[in-house]
Write a new protein. Sequence first.
Length: 234
Amino acid sequence: MGTRIDNYSYEEGLNKVREFVEQNIPAQIVTINPEMYAQKEKDEYFKQILSEAEMIIPDGIGIKIALKLKGKNISRLPGIDFAKNILKLSVCNNYPVAIIGSKEEVIEKAVQNLRNEIPNINIVYYHNGYFNNNNDIYEELKKTSPKIILVALGSPKQEYFIYEAKKILSPAVMIGIGGSLDVWSGTVKRAPVLYQKLGLEWLYRTINQPERFKRIFPALPLFFIKVLKYKKEN
Ligand code: UDP
């Protein structure tokens, strides 16, 4: 359906991240879901961002089912878990890290929790996600030269931010992490493991934050209609 999806294991994905850093390749990692497909259809700029992304990983169950319908069995690589693994990798390789996004109290708590959980993590810069001018943040990032940048502004804002950053910052691997800081700060509870195993995190999040319903509806059913149509035609 016009978007490449990288079918990596955690290990392969992390090797790729290491490769990008070691070879000084600016890289954008997108954790794709059906809502992003809907965005791609109506937003040429977003479409271009996806076509140029260095890595696109299958975040949710929607993408897994869609690929299954095409006879491809893939494992999900949830962005929140992959990003945590990237942070652990940063410690082993001494990569400086920056984190942008969420409300001030959320990012502060998340950073504090990450520093407790991952000793020796080198967070050289962090900032909340409520700023007026991207350039102010880019200037700060230029000064601190992180190799890993996590961006939690929600989609598509975080994808726009990273795409622009890729062109002006010194090379870094950047990943959009949506609501991960809310979870890492303890502000929002992650879906219980059973929901995660069944691929029903979206259901748990929608029950707990009903305002999210408008995000998955009508994007999700429309996505599957398109997948089935595509399957019939190809
Ligand atoms: N956010 C932000 N700046 C904005 C809009 C959103 O920092 O201008 C943050 C928000 O506080 C939340 C995250 O972006 O922490 C968005 O999370 P959401 O659950 O919408 O992301 P998803 O995982 O669904 O993409």
